[in-house]
Design a protein around this ligand. Structure first.
Ligand code: NDP
Ligand code: BG6
Length: 508
């Protein structure tokens, strides 16, 4: 694989959770795989006052705790940490950026980098604009001497208007091709494999349309709650945190037309067309097509689990959704009339992300099957964990008669010998270093995704009578979400049973 040009990565928000749990371990993995440039330095920036030496120690500990490398060789960690630096400054004050510039130039001269810088904005979203303004004012995003790229974390805005404003402001400062809006789901190997599954297999693509597909279901379930991020999450909720980005990107790749090439814009143009074809949900239909929920306290395997409103940083009367399920249609030739069901939630029974393609039954039921069982061919693309692909099909049960049984054909990534699946951040950081924006959201994609969600956000804001249903932690969300599908004689696919026993439900 190609090695990037010499560069410096500046991480704003380096004292935060993302930097220590994901970014530094990902860069360490790239170093272990020999995918870092010959010369590079990482500069962590933040208001927290710590020395470079303490930063190196803290990041070395993070690598041991969070790296996906099987062997975290101490010597390699020590040599890796020698290229880490920390620069303390207030990101929001313009005054500090001249000092940062001086520090960057000194580091650049020391290593002989040649002016290529990447700025990673791993701060609260409210800081994205001010940091970009200050970088531009200090001349740090000017590309006369080497490339300057800015990575922006999600969420990109909190609704259509703020997303548009942020795009407009950034475009006044830097060009679109300098901006890398990160959606770490696009860095997941299995999400990228959607393209290969669809466009490299003659057996799937001819069936991938309204003639053969009955419905599409996408689930992204988490067993954890909001953990230490209650403050952020309470102002965000599942719709902004997961649907606007991760789930809609999965919808885009599942539903898109074949791109004309693997070029970044060719792929993103096709995803954009899917977003543009999403049938708008009318405000008056939101209560019917969108179910929201919030986890309550419960007992899971004898242990009390805190309800959302009792989490740190969450308002006691919060109406923020920790679960959301949406039914919608894509108005185009391929998907006309095929319902898409997506759902995501925290404190569900397990952690699983999967895309389920439900094929239409045969036109005539020739064989007998168990009472109540519908004929079902499903293709299940398991994004995580236990990454793989599962095909469910019917076979004859051995013996007398023609009894039909549904069985599995199962492929697991873990069965591939000697194949290492890189972490999402590793892949995405490497792509930014190479200047490849294929797996990053473009301005128009982000805005069109917000546009689709706008009526839902408005309906929730304007109609307090639209219910937010409680669901005990450890269950598959509010039972009302079943009506989205069950009303039509089908159910969601449940990868495992509820963990919480409703009988044991306890208010905390
Ligand atoms: P944190 O809340 O931990 O913030 C990161 C750092 O930003 C802090 O350590 C702090 O450093 C700095 N910061 C915080 N508040 C301010 C402020 N008001 N002004 C200036 N600087 C501030 O966030 P995370 O690390 O969890 O996330 C960073 C970004 O990445 C967020 O946008 C988040 O949505 C996104 N993200 C995070 C994920 C995760 O798993 N954590 C996953 C996906 C996206 P200091 O005080 O030293 O300046
Ligand atoms: C982040 C969300 O973008 O994705 C988190 O902010 C969520 O709330 C996380 O937990 C899920 O990512 P993954 O890779 O664990 O599925």
């Amino acid at each position: 694989m190609e090695n990037p040009k010499n560069l410096i990565i500046v991480i704003f928000g380096a004292s935060g959770d993302l930097a220590s749990r994901k970014l530094i371990p990902a860069i360490f993995s790239l170093k272990s795989q020999k995918l870092m440039p010959e010369k590079y330095a990482i500069i962590g920036v933040g208001r927290t006052k710590i020395s470079t030496s303490d930063f190196r120690t803290k990041m070395s500990e993070s690598i041991v705790a969070f790296s996906e490398e099987k062997e975290t060789d101490k010597t390699l960690i020590t040599s890796f940490s020698e290229d880490l630096y920390y620069h303390s400054m207030d990101n929001s004050a313009a005054g500090g950026y001249d000092e940062l510039k001086t520090f960057l130039h000194e580091t650049d001269d020391k290593y002989g980098i040649g002016g290529n810088y990447i700025f990673y904005l791993a701060t609260p979203p409210s800081m994205y604009e001010v940091i970009s303004v200050n970088l531009a004012a200090a001349g740090l995003s000017d590309q006369q001497k080497g490339f300057r790229r800015v990575i922006i974390e999600k969420p990109f805005g909190y609704d259509l208007e703020s997303g548009r404003k942020l795009n407009a402001r950034l475009h006044e400062l830097i060009s679109e091709d300098q901006i890398y809006r990160i959606d770490h789901y696009l860095g997941k190997e299995t999400v990228q494999n959607l393209l290969v599954t669809r466009f490299s297999n003659g057996i799937f693509e001819p069936l991938w349309n309204r003639n053969y597909i009955h419905r599409v279901e996408i689930t992204s379930a988490e067993s954890i709650g909001v953990e230490e991020r209650g403050g952020y999450y309470d102002s965000s909720g599942a719709l902004r945190d997961m649907v606007q980005n991760h789930l809609l990107q999965m919808v885009g790749l599942t539903a898109m037309e074949p791109p004309s090439s693997l070029d970044a814009d060719a792929i993103r143009n096709e995803v954009l067309k899917v977003f543009q074809s999403l049938q708008p949900i009318k405000e008056e239909d939101v209560a019917k097509q969108v179910i929201r929920g919030q986890y309550t306290g419960s007992l899971i395997r004898g242990e009390c689990v805190t309800g959302y409103r009792n989490e740190k940083g969450v308002a006691v009367d919060s109406r923020t959704e920790t679960y959301v399920a949406v039914k919608f249609f894509i108005n185009n030739w391929r998907w006309g009339g095929v319902p898409f069901y997506i759902r995501t939630g925290k404190r569900l029974p397990t952690r699983v992300t999967e895309i389920v393609i439900h094929f239409k039954p045969t036109p005539h039921h020739l064989f007998q099957r168990e009472a109540g069982k519908m004929p079902a061919n499903q293709l299940i693309i398991r994004i995580q964990p236990d990454e793989g692909i599962l095909v469910k099909f019917d076979m004859k049960e051995p013996g007398a008669g023609f009894n039909v049984k549904n069985v599995n054909m199962d492929f697991h990534y873990k069965d591939l010998a000697n194949i290492r699946v890189p972490s999402a951040y590793e892949r995405l950081l490497h792509d930014v270093m190479l200047g490849d924006s294929t797996l990053f959201s473009r301005d128009d994609e982000v805005e069109t995704a917000w546009k689709f969600l706008e009526p839902i956000q408005k309906a929730w804001a304007n109609n307090p009578e639209i219910k937010i249903f409680g669901y005990p932690a450890g269950t598959w969300g509010p039972e009302h979400a079943n009506d989205l599908i069950e009303g039509e004689g089908y159910t969601w696919r449940y990868p495992c049973k509820n963990l919480a026993d409703d009988e044991l439900y306890c208010e905390l």
